[in-house]
Design a protein around this ligand. Sequence first.
Ligand SMILES: O=P(O)(O)O[C@@H]1C[C@H](O)[C@@H](CO)O1
Ligand SMILES: Nc1nc2[nH]cnc2c(=O)[nH]1
Length: 296
Amino acid sequence: MSEPVIDLAARAAESALFIKRSVPAVPPLALVLGSGLNELAEGVQDATVIPYRDIPHFPVPTVAGHAGNLLVGRIDSAGLIVLQGRFHYYEGHPLEVVTFPMRVLQFLGVRTVILTAATGGIRADLRPGNLVCLSDHLNLIGDNPLRGSNDTRLGTRFPDMTEVYSKKLRAVAREEGKRLGINVIPGVYACLPGPSYETPAEIRMLQALGADVVGMSTVPEAIVARHGGMDVLAFALVTNSAAGVLGTPISHKEVLDAGKKATPLLGKVLRRVALRLSDPGGTGLTAEMQTFGGDV
Ligand SMILES: O=P(O)(O)O[C@@H]1C[C@H](O)[C@@H](CO)O1
Ligand SMILES: Nc1nc2[nH]cnc2c(=O)[nH]1
């Protein structure tokens, strides 16, 4: 007998219920770890670790550098959910599956999602190890996770995307970076389907389109998170110079190694941002940041 077909909202609700029953409390903040950034989860205290394979309807990652665990714990006083590994379009999943974790977060009542990703640096001044905070994106996948009939329980048919990455949260990230002496650089992320890296001609095209970094994730998740009413902050770690910028070949090993190397730096910024977000009124900006202007 074939399995009954259940809708996306019902599946996400079942996954969320399983998670709720596995932990003492569900924090309103979630963090998604990109390629090579798995070790950031080691900083989570009192973590309940739930393997993705145990969560009903959850997919399982197939890519090196994506562990496939959901953690619920805290960083000092800031409670958070950590998704240790994500799903990509190039793995063969439809975007509804790629973004399923965002729907589960929505049903868990998460208010803010912090996305992280490994990226190629397109802009000439970007170097491996630099930390970019997304100010905007270009969805060049050629697909959209909201394609198909719209379930109004999940969000509106035509969601606004003028401020996908919360300006206020970006300012908090910049401010906390500044306090730590870490330059958190604003930039535009171009999302391509992958899995091949770009050709130098494609990178020149992306540069002309206004992209600063390039990757194969984040954007579908950000679109769905906004559709679901969550605030989004996203960090792109520059793991390599994009194709043709230095003329050197790119490998996933280089990406993973650079992610691992930058984990302590990103961890410091994420800790400070998580503490600010968990503090009621803590996203309030200092006078200096309020006059920071539009480039964050
Ligand atoms: O999951 P992210 O976006 O961090 O991973 C990037 C894109 C590909 O999955 C991989 C290529 O090396 O890194
Ligand atoms: N598309 C793409 N994804 C990446 N992820 C890490 N580096 C890169 C890159 O150069 N291009």
